[in-house]
Design a protein around this ligand. Structure first.
Ligand code: KIV
Ligand code: ZN
Length: 510
């Protein structure tokens, strides 16, 4: 087993491939800063050839995040590699991540290439990229379903051409732990010059085995784990960073390895990812779910009160679950707010600070204490989303036992204000109908959910919606002490995300 495990976070790339989880550049930047604080070693910031939006996000993150490696994903073509390099070259520690499929199935049916051609493309692309940077990762897509000896041949050729990391993905989440561990061992023993590169693993969770497979691979000698926060990602998602890190931390006898992850930032990072993407964490999710440290049965509660170790294998504080941390209140001034936001990773301009402070005072008038979650919501909504097409300016709803629910709304569309009113079978339905009418789009509402952002009956309501229009799916999120306002904000945010997806900048070109 390696002494130290490199954490390669792909929340911004594979994570963003979760249906509806599109993020704009400011949101990705915020997450990148948080991931750097969390202590990951590498951030995969995007797939620059996929869209203009990805290129822009990778470029901006490369300019700002200087203490860790920034990777850009690319296919083997020179044009793709140039785009990847163009976006990542400003990083203090850039990495180019080249991938090509190696399974018989993918080579024959997707790439229409022979195995020799795949080896040649691997060598050519790495040789080309090596002129740009020394730091090259090569991924054998669908590696776990590839012929073992062919995999060793491709990896050997990749290392000879200059790859410093070779990654063996379980792209479709098909592997089981002992099989994957055996494959890792086989590749380590049979790949020429394997000692010259780091062997990396990248698992998907289609059978719920991503964490188990990653841990098995670490036991077998893998040196890098590719992960996402909350396990978000394509289909059933990727390996969850928090699960692997806490397994390594909680069971050091089995995993005598070190990492640079600050575990106390796990829960705050998880909440931030959920807030920005709109993907809710299931309550029983390991480590970061709302119930992960909740004890329901009387006998458990009794035991935990007597000695937490009876039913708790980790301390909630270790993962940053600090109960009701009071941060700021109504009387806190601009200076206190600015310095707390700096601690959280936000360096705001005076103009942005003005927006945040006004919103902060508004919420503080309605809510006794303002916690980190409230501040994240204020900044996410007030600053990170400023270039929105639609903006909710005014909302009034009438509802009750004897009233037909009605909403009156003012909406700004690209700076032009429109107003109108409409009915629904409840206040939220009325608000959504009216907004859709004013915006002149009527997406299908696939999902609506509501929860409290913090404890207390004065907590802000957090609403997420999943909208679908013309095949495009977007998640919208909104928070406010008034749940009808939170719902309207979430709906408007969802419409804005659909607009992003429609615009050529975010349109995938691959
Ligand atoms: O799952 C996969 O194979 C990938 C590669 C591009 C690394 O995401
Ligand atoms: Zn993947």
């Amino acid at each position: 087993m390696k002494d130290r495990i490199i954490f390669f976070d792909t929340t911004l790339r594979d994570g963003e491939q979760s249906p509806g989880a599109s993020m704009n550049t400011a949101e990705k930047m915020r997450l990148a800063v948080q991931l750097e604080k969390l202590g990951v070693d590498v951030i995969e910031a995007g797939f620059p050839a996929a869209s203009e939006g990805d290129f822009e996000a990778v470029s901006e993150i490369s300019k700002k995040v200087k203490n860790i490696e920034i990777a850009a994903l690319t296919r083997t073509g020179k044009g793709d590699i140039d785009q990847a390099w163009g976006s990542v070259c400003k990083a203090a520690k850039p990495r180019i991540h080249i991938f090509i499929a190696t399974s018989d199935l993918h080579m024959a049916h997707k790439l229409n290439m022979t195995s020799d051609e795949v080896v040649q493309a691997t060598v050519d692309s790495i040789t080309y990229a090596k002129k740009l940077t020394d730091n090259i990762e090569f991924s054998a897509e669908d590696g776990s379903r590839s012929d073992r000896d062919f995999l060793c041949r491709v990896f050997g050729a990749a290392i000879a051409a200059g790859a410093t990391t070779v990654n063996l993905p379980d792209t479709v989440g098909y592997a089981v732990p002992h099989e994957y561990a055996e494959l890792i061992k086989y590749v380590m023993d049979n790949t020429e010059n394997m000692h010259k590169a780091v062997l990396s693993v990248h698992c998907h969770n289609d059978l719920g085995l991503a964490t188990a497979n990653t841990l098995a691979a670490i036991s077998a000698g893998a040196g890098q784990a590719e992960v996402t926060i909350n396990g978000i990602g394509e289909r059933a998602g990727n390996t969850a960073l928090e699960e692997v890190v806490m397994a390594l931390t909680t069971r050091p006898n089995f995993y005598p390895v070190s990492t640079d992850i600050n575990t106390e930032l796990i829960c705050p990072t998880s909440k931030l990812v959920s807030m920005i993407t709109g993907i809710i964490v299931q309550p029983n999710k390991a480590i970061v779910g709302a119930n992960a440290f909740a004890h329901e049965a009387g006998i458990h509660q009794d035991g935990v009160l007597k000695n937490p170790m009876t039913y708790e294998i980790m301390k909630p504080e270790t993962v940053g679950l600090v109960s009701n941390k009071l941060v700021l209140g109504k009387h806190s001034g601009r200076h206190a707010l600015r310095s707390h936001l700096q601690e959280m990773g936000y360096e705001l301009s005076d103009e942005d600070m003005k927006i945040v402070f006004t919103k902060f005072k508004e919420i503080a008038d309605k809510k006794k204490s303002i916690e980190d979650e409230d501040l994240e919501a204020i900044v996410t909504e007030g600053i990170l989303r400023t270039k929105d097409v639609f903006l909710l300016e005014y909302l009034h709803v009438a509802s009750g036992t004897t009233v037909f629910p009605m909403a009156s709304i003012k909406l700004s569309i690209n700076g032009r204000t429109v107003k109108g009113s409409g009915y629904g079978n409840g206040p939220i339905d009325a608000a959504f109908n009216t907004i859709a009418q004013l915006a002149d789009i009527s997406p299908e509402l696939l999902r609506f959910s509501i929860s409290a952002l913090t404890g207390g009956s004065d907590a802000q309501g957090e609403v997420t919606v999943r909208l679908k229009e013309n095949g495009l799916i977007a998640l919208g999120r909104g928070a406010d002490p008034d749940i009808i306002v939170a719902s309207a904000k979430a709906y408007v945010n969802g419409l804005n995300k659909i607009e992003y997806l429609k615009s050529s900048k975010y349109q995938e070109s691959v």
